[in-house]
Design a protein around this ligand. Structure first.
Ligand code: NAD
Ligand code: MG
Length: 394
């Protein structure tokens, strides 16, 4: 068996750490080519010492000098590179076989697209890239022959429940609809009025999953499920109206596919991202992920209920943006990133998040997408709009 060379974009994050955990269980299959990190330099240093990548990529030259010196002292030959061009370089280098795209937010778009354009096996955790640039992104996958494998647990589950020729079209393979499960986040059992005063700590304390801060807040507002609806519509070429969101508090059923003959196929497992990561790394084979077997008897029951649209307006906003198409989803994503950052910095309250997003969407009518520059410009403008509004209201 030949060894696959892997670049992990966002290695120091939650998905990055889980990816390296799976990789380290299979040294005969995987070797690390590059690791990237934006902060947490001690963690990146420890990862470099453990995995000995050819390159590490950091955000600025101060970080680079310090890390390079410490690695040299430890007799580690990893070369430290800086900035966005270097991210694209390690994502597209000829030697690389697999790229884990696990940078959070719009910052992940360029390097993820670089990996796609270079025809790599791309393990897509960064949902924001697809939300921002779905049409362009999927066209790039077709043009380059890249193998795109979803890491988001719901999309990974759907991918596992679909037939291998699903690209022929959902109706041609007998799919009626997709059921996207949602834990409902930490506030699923609260009433609307209580949401006004929740803190970033409460929002980040997810009941089932351990994740980075941004996606944790998105889960609490259910914008995460809205982004996932858009993500699913691009990945599987389905209309938003064919995707139903179902609250499933146990996070054991990771999503389901409903077929025209009445069969519903689901994927189940413990809520641990190492399962989808291992699946995508080895696909179409299966390898040990380190995740413990699902004990259905101790889970005992599986509950399902509809989401409350009043409690979670982000769901409606995301669905509207998905229906509107064009640049609407890029605007939605940018405004959400600005709002989440402001909430984490305690500048705004939790219930202000959808207000800022709705205002930004109203200010920026959707345009049909021309190219990547157009998306990046829209992203910049939407961030400015959201930020200006925030500055004048809070
Ligand atoms: P995280 O915050 O734990 O890690 C983010 C990583 O991106 C870190 O390595 C960080 O250094 C890097 N990063 C942050 N800003 C950057 C920038 N401007 N430029 C370059 N690198 C930057 O996030 P996470 O929870 O690991 O999530 C990563 C992505 O995967 C997100 O898009 C998220 O939506 C998606 N995802 C995560 C989970 C999960 O369980 N954590 C599940 C599904 C999808
Ligand atoms: Mg998910």
């Amino acid at each position: 068996m030949s060894v696959s060379l892997v670049t992990v974009l966002g290695a120091t994050g939650s998905i990055g750490v889980s990816t390296l955990d799976v990789i380290s269980r299979h040294p005969e299959r995987y070797s690390v080519y590059a690791l990237t990190g934006h902060s947490r330099m001690e963690a990146l240093q420890a990862q470099c010492l453990a995995h000995r990548p050819r390159y590490a990529v950091v955000a600025n030259s101060d970080q680079a000098q310090a890390l390079q010196a410490r690695l040299r002292d430890a007799r580690c030959e990893t070369e430290v590179l800086v900035g966005c061009d270097a991210l694209e370089q390690v994502a597209s280098a000829a030697e690389v076989d697999v790229v884990m795209a696990a940078i959070v937010g719009g910052a992940g778009l360029r390097p993820t697209l670089a990996a796609v354009r270079a025809g790599k096996r791309v393990l897509l955790a960064n949902k924001e890239a697809l939300v921002m640039s779905g049409a362009l992104f999927m066209q790039a996958v077709k043009d380059s022959g890249a193998v795109l494998l979803p890491i988001d647990s719901e999309h990974n589950a759907i991918f596992q429940c679909l037939p291998s020729d699903f690209a022929r079209g959902m109706s041609n393979v007998g799919v009626r609809r997709i059921l996207l499960t949602a834990s409902g986040g930490p506030f699923r059992d609260m009433c609307g009025a209580d949401l006004v005063s929740v803190t970033p700590e409460q929002a980040c304390a997810h009941p089932n999953w351990s994740m980075g801060q941004k996606i944790s807040v998105d889960s609490a507002s259910m914008m995460n499920k809205g982004l996932e609806l858009i993500e699913a519509s691009w990945l599987f070429d389905v209309r938003p109206s064919q995707i139903e969101i179902v609250i499933h508090p146990q996070s054991v059923v990771h999503s389901l596919v409903d077929y025209v003959d009445g069969s519903v196929i689901a994927q189940l497992g413990n809520p641990d991202m190492r399962t989808p990561i291992a699946y995508a790394l080895a696909w179409p084979e299966r390898i040990d992920s380190g995740v413990s077997p699902l004990d259905l008897l101790s889970v005992a029951r599986l509950d399902f209920r509809p989401p409350d649209p009043q409690m979670f307006p982000c769901l409606r906003l995301a669905r509207q943006a998905a229906e509107a198409g064009g640049t609407a989803c890029a605007v939605l994503n940018a405004a959400n990133e600005v709002a989440v950052e402001a909430f984490l910095a305690r500048r705004i309250g939790f219930t202000d998040i959808p207000v800022i997003i709705e205002h930004t969407l109203e200010c920026m009518a959707p345009e049909s997408v021309q190219d990547l520059e157009h998306i990046l410009l829209t992203d910049r403008h939407a961030r400015e709009h959201a930020q200006n509004w925030l500055n004048s209201h809070f």
